[in-house]
Design a protein around this ligand. Structure first.
Ligand code: ZN
Length: 152
């Protein structure tokens, strides 16, 4: 499966043939819909009814930008549902309730700077372990103070 990325460098590498042609063999690709897999936190999630282009000759699958975005969103949703994780809105509201910025909470949880904003935007999904940690922050008084001491 290939994705057409934004960056010119990647596009050049991925699409040596004209648009609509298979990047592997050059055959004209066809619109298709079916189950595609997408990795979320290292686990492949199956997403039904995923629109994509498919090569009738060599079976290569290519996703256009909007299709890739939709596939990732739906895989994220499936992962969240499978493990009963907090939604992006729930993460945002627990952070706002404790009065911290994304950067402040990310630092206390030992996360990369953009990780929390990606979770709140729904672009990425927290792991099960991080979901537990977020719940502790939300539900267990004293957790925030404890994390502050660890970080100090
Ligand atoms: Zn092909």
């Amino acid at each position: 499966m290939r994705m057409i990325m934004k960056s010119k460098e990647r596009t050049k590498k991925v699409m040596p043939f004209p648009e609509g042609s298979c990047p592997s063999c050059g055959t004209l690709m066809r619109l298709a819909k079916g189950i595609l897999k997408f990795p979320v936190n290292g686990e492949d999630l199956s997403v039904a009814d995923s629109s994509h282009l498919k090569c009738p000759k060599c079976k290569e699958v290519v996703l256009r930008l909007d299709e890739a975005r939709k596939l990732r969103e739906r895989a994220n949703d499936a992962y969240r549902k499978k493990y009963g994780l907090l939604s992006s809105n729930e993460i945002r509201s627990l952070r706002e309730r404790i009065g911290l910025t994304q950067a402040e909470l990310a630092q206390l949880l030992g996360l990369g700077q953009n990780t929390l904003s990606r979770w709140e935007a729904g672009r990425n999904v927290q792991s099960v372990a991080m979901d537990y940690l977020l719940r502790l922050v939300r539900d267990l008084p004293g957790t925030l103070d404890y994390l502050r001491k660890l970080a100090a």
